[in-house]
Design a protein around this ligand. Structure first.
Ligand SMILES: CC(C)(COP(=O)(O)OP(=O)(O)OC[C@H]1O[C@@H](n2cnc3c(N)ncnc32)[C@H](O)[C@@H]1OP(=O)(O)O)[C@@H](O)C(=O)NCCC(=O)NCCS
Length: 242
């Protein structure tokens, strides 16, 4: 393995490489090296066989890149992902709606991709760092800068759940709204039977502030809507920047 030769090829003169017992660590720029296919190229350059672990130390260049996911703008090609999420989250975040055609999803996603942010209301795609796949979406809604309050929503595709994607994406979104946009409080509204979402919010430190009784009508009957909230200083204590 010739560090300098590899550094030249990846266009990173300061590339650091650590070779340990049975592993190699390379600090590669995530913008360029997220895709597993590219990681195979790097393996080949280092002369490593496919079983040798290659630990990539991501450069934390972007506020929007975490350890599992990054948040990015929506691209027109994301429409198939949104079509899947609509089925996966049926009855969980919203009432049942008539299905939208593929063309409808394409048009909606294209519109989202070029939409201007509306104040502090915006929607972002959640992309898994290890595969580069879009695994979900997160949005801030109903932002009221005068009161310093906003709501948010999150969805993760059924095939990608319980991998910590939602938790990391939500923390990133809330950190932006609290630390960069000076908001004071985040609210979430969850159907009372959505146990996964309630568990996620409790795990993140949201506090149940009340419930609107028989507030939504789903699957033939009324359900309560649970109101949860977290304040900026509570968030800072629980999720200090790393
Ligand atoms: C709720 C939802 C966003 C969670 O996404 P996720 O990526 O699976 O969540 P994470 O893996 O980040 O989980 C973080 C924590 O939430 C809790 N949690 C999430 N899913 C859970 C489940 N099925 N059962 C119990 N706890 C759960 C756990 O405390 C978990 O931490 P742990 O895995 O260390 O125990 C996802 O299930 C989803 O998209 N549901 C449909 C849409 C929806 O309900 N959105 C919210 C509307 S308000």
């Amino acid at each position: 393995m010739d560090r300098e030769k590899v550094a030249l090829r990846v266009g990173q003169p300061d590339l650091t490489v650590t070779k340990g017992d049975g592993f190699v660590t390379a600090a590669l720029n995530p913008e360029a090296w997220l895709k597993p296919s590219r990681q195979s190229t790097v393996r080949a350059w280092f002369g490593l066989d496919s079983r040798c672990p290659l630990l990539i130390q991501w450069w934390m260049t972007s506020f929007w890149t975490g350890t599992r996911v990054r948040l990015r703008g929506i691209e027109p090609d994301d429409w198939t992902g949104f079509m899947r999420f609509a089925v996966d989250e049926e009855r969980l975040g919203d009432a049942v709606r008539p299905p939208r055609s593929a063309e409808g999803h394409r048009a909606w996603t294209k519109e989202q991709a070029s939409a201007e942010t509306d104040g502090d209301c915006f929607r972002l795609a959640i992309e898994a760092l290890d595969t580069g796949e879009m695994v979900g979406a997160v949005s801030s809604n109903h932002a009221d800068p005068q009161a310093g309050r906003f709501e948010y929503g999150v969805t993760v595709g059924a095939d990608h759940r319980r991998k910590g994607y939602a938790a990391e994406a939500v923390v990133m979104l809330l950190r932006f709204m609290f630390a960069e946009r000076r908001y004071h409080k985040c609210e979430a509204r969850v159907f009372d039977y959505n146990q996964r979402s309630l568990a996620l919010h409790h795990r993140l430190g949201f506090v149940e502030e009340g419930r609107l009784r028989d507030h939504v009508f789903v699957a033939g009957r009324h359900h309560d809507l649970v109101l949860l909230g977290i304040l900026a200083d509570e968030f800072d204590r629980l999720h200090p920047p790393t």
